[in-house]
Design a protein around this ligand. Structure first.
Ligand code: MRU
Length: 356
């Protein structure tokens, strides 16, 4: 998608290093950063210079390429794979991508390993782009139906950033929105701010602005009243891990949006590529929920009058806080799952119908 009128992807490989857009600096500064070692990749995932389930999966896969470049040795590769998997716990794409790479590289000789690793990362990345594009085309039909019925702008609420910045291109939740906009359907997006890291305000609003899509930032708590007032036609969110029964784990606060949507008969869709499906875990309580540093709650970041990024504390120093990064929305609150293969019911039957 576009930044300043120029098409970008979120990650690419150039001159033996991995290029990323540093998302901790957006929307204030646009900085392309080089990852040269596997440690750089782990650090980029941990500090959320890259974030979003599909993108951290791709970054981990590229991390293995960097690991081979720095030391073409099996025990180093294994250690790198373990450290990459441990860098963030909730999004299943991370383990999925590393496992896929390691399977492909198993038994490959030293002369071929780098070439094969690069080919496999390319396959992962291109697959994600095509899956996200298809999610968009499948979700477009839902938006078009709403627009045809309403004969007016369709108001869509989204939470966090499940946009192109969270993937390689297109995004998951945003892909149907981008496709609708490109087809001339009038859409307006309510963007949840998404405390504490403000991925909605900082990233979703930014990328929608760059694509010329009308959007309004709201506090995380405003969705309920907007739904009661009939100002939300549908919700679309992403997911970091989708259980085979249709439960979806996503950024903290998603569950509360789904409850509000249910109470107000607002359709609540979750957009996902099949790489976020966890076919093994059966119970939502078994999903590892990331708990992040409490400083993300006690401090806020913004720019001063000189456009310099500043961080300030907003809590009493003595106060304790708990920073859970994800929650789980039970399948019964989800109207449908928008996948690369079509839209299905949020249930084992629905998912297995599409992904045998
Ligand atoms: O903590 P983050 O910013 O990595 O969380 C991102 C989300 O929760 C997204 O909604 C999710 O990864 C889906 S991305 C297409």
């Amino acid at each position: 998608m576009q930044i300043n009128g120029k098409a970008y992807r979120t990650i690419w490989f150039e001159n033996n290093s991995v290029k990323i857009i540093d998302q901790t600096k957006l929307p204030h500064q646009f900085i392309i950063k080089d990852l040269k070692t596997v440690k750089d990749s782990i650090n980029a995932i941990k500090t959320m210079e890259v974030r979003g389930a599909p993108l951290i999966g791709a970054t981990a896969a590229y991390g293995l390429v960097l690991s081979i470049i720095e030391k073409n040795d099996l025990s180093h590769l294994k250690k790198s794979s373990e450290e990459l998997i441990a860098s963030r716990p909730t999004a299943i794409n991370l383990k999925w991508a590393v496992d896929r790479m390691m399977k492909k590289l198993s038994g490959v000789n030293d002369n071929d390993i780098l070439r094969i690793a690069l080919e496999e990362v390319k396959a992962i990345v291109e697959e994600d782009v095509s899956f996200c594009k298809n999610i968009g085309l499948n979700g477009l039909k839902i938006i078009k139906d709403l627009a045809d019925k309403k004969k007016d702008t369709v108001n869509i609420l989204t939470h966090c950033n499940a946009g192109w910045l969270a993937t390689i291109d297109w995004g998951t939740a945003t892909s149907p929105i981008y496709h609708a906009h490109q087809k001339g359907i009038k859409v307006h997006v309510w963007v949840d701010e998404t405390r504490p890291r403000n991925q909605g305000a900082n990233l979703t609003s930014y990328e929608l602005n760059e694509e010329g899509i009308s959007n309004t930032i709201i506090t995380d708590n405003a969705g309920g009243i907007l739904m009661q007032r009939g100002q939300v036609d549908m919700c679309i969110v992403g997911t970091d891990r989708t259980l085979s029964n249709g439960d979806v784990c996503n950024k903290i606060g998603t569950y509360l949006k789904a409850l509000s949507a249910k109470d107000n008969n607002v359709p609540f869709y979750v957009a996902l590529p099949s790489s976020t499906i966890d076919w093994n875990i059966k119970d939502l309580k078994q999903i590892p929920i990331e708990e992040r540093n409490s400083e993300e709650l006690s401090h806020v970041e913004g720019v001063d009058e000189n456009n310099e990024i500043k961080k300030v504390r907003i809590y009493p120093q003595k106060s304790k806080s708990l920073n859970l990064a994800f929650d789980v929305t039970p399948a019964k609150l989800v109207t449908g799952l928008i996948t690369e293969k079509g839209v299905c019911e949020a249930s084992e039957k629905g998912l297995k119908g599409l992904f045998k």
